[in-house]
Write a protein that binds this ligand. Structure first.
Ligand SMILES: Cc1ncc(COP(=O)(O)O)c(C=O)c1O
Length: 345
């Protein structure tokens, strides 16, 4: 229905970047095309140092470059992590009630038991092998306060649960230029990363979704275990992409620019949705507005589709999203302005 609108569709249903790959990153990729040998699964020393330096500079995390492990995009790692950690039948993998669907997929691929375990983790079962936390969150844009993260760390460490933090959206907090807390910040987890992992992606930070570029870091013992399996399973980031990732982590200017673009789109879209009767919840960070008209999400999807605007129904992310829709900021300025016009006229 949205596709039939005379002014064309405004697709705000997926979080795929639409702005250019930064030129500093394109140049680094172009300069690294003659790579006949196998790349290291572990990544180049330059890449590991650049990722660790970014974590220290932007997130205040003391990351050891030797515990940085590149991934072929965060999705690949999310999907295979329970398997790589050797989890299987009888192991519970927990994730938030409203979550990126790949957490559940990963548990199922490992033959483990996926389970929604949310805010009040203390009330959950005592034997959880692995637990996902995602702040800033997809789809809600919610940022967990430091106290909440600290409680999760204590809870996980008391039980021997591996706590994994998906921090793909950490560069895009809207209330403050400073990113929200990483799970690995010393004020959250102390000086040790034991039992903890953090997953990062360049897809959103640097518009590199097409390159497939991410990494995991944290507990050195767990990272070593992942490296061992990944080597043998061929989960290797191509050398030109490793070079591009290094350049991306060495540069913050393009992130400031990209953040500005999303801030401007958000400043157009959010009031337009509110003027059209939507309530926006959370959405304090990340690339989505979590919106409701207090009706079934499919009714909202249809209402918007009649105006040529495509959004994602909240129920895609869990039953708790049945009355919300996820509205992406990942569209051109022109498309976002068109959506705002359609919402307010
Ligand atoms: C919460 C979350 N984790 C991971 C990913 C995957 O990121 P990547 O593009 O690095 O695979 C996404 C992508 O949208 C996401 O929303």
């Amino acid at each position: 229905m949205a596709r039939e609108h005379p002014g064309g569709i405004v697709d705000l249903s997926v979080g795929t970047p639409v702005d250019s790959v930064p030129s500093v990153v394109q140049s680094a990729l172009a300069a690294c095309t003659d790579t006949p040998g196998y790349p290291a699964t572990y990544g180049t020393a330059a890449l590991r140092a650049a990722a660790a330096s970014w974590m220290s500079r932007r997130l205040g995390v003391v990351a050891d470059p030797s515990a940085v492990l590149p991934a072929i995009g965060a999705k690949e790692l999310v999907a295979w992590l329970p398997t790589l950690l050797g989890l299987g039948a009888g192991d519970v993998v927990g994730f938030p009630a409203l979550a990126y669907p790949t957490y559940q997929v990963g548990a199922l691929l490992a033959g483990a038991t996926p389970m929604v375990l949310d805010a009040t983790v203390a009330a959950g079962p005592s034997r959880v092998a692995m637990l996902w936390v995602n702040s800033p969150a997809n789809p809600t844009g919610r940022v967990l306060p430091p106290d909440h993260l600290r409680k999760m760390v204590d809870w996980a460490r008391e039980r021997g649960t591996v706590l994994v933090s998906d921090e793909c959206y950490i560069e895009f907090g809207w209330d403050d230029e400073k990113p929200p807390f990483s799970l690995l910040h010393p004020s959250i987890c102390g000086s040790s990363h034991s039992g903890l992992l953090a997953v990062h992606s360049l897809s959103k930070r640097s518009n590199l979704a097409g390159y497939r570029a991410g990494f995991v870091t944290g507990d050195p013992g767990l990272v070593a275990q992942l490296l061992e399996v990944r080597k043998h399973a061929g989960m290797i980031v191509p050398a030109p992409v490793q070079a591009a990732m290094t350049a991306a982590f060495d540069d913050d200017a393009h992130v400031v620019e990209q953040r500005g673009r999303y801030l401007a789109r958000r400043a157009v879209l959010r009031p337009a949705l509110e003027a059209a009767g939507f309530t926006i919840e959370h959405s304090e960070a990340g690339l989505y507005l979590w919106a409701t008209r207090d009706e079934d999400c499919w009714t909202t999807v249809e209402w918007l589709a009649k105006r040529g605007i495509l959004v994602a129904p909240g129920s895609f992310y869990g039953a708790a999203g049945a009355r919300h829709v996820r509205v992406g900021l990942t569209a051109s300025d022109e498309r976002v302005a068109t959506a705002a016009d359609r919402l307010t006229s």
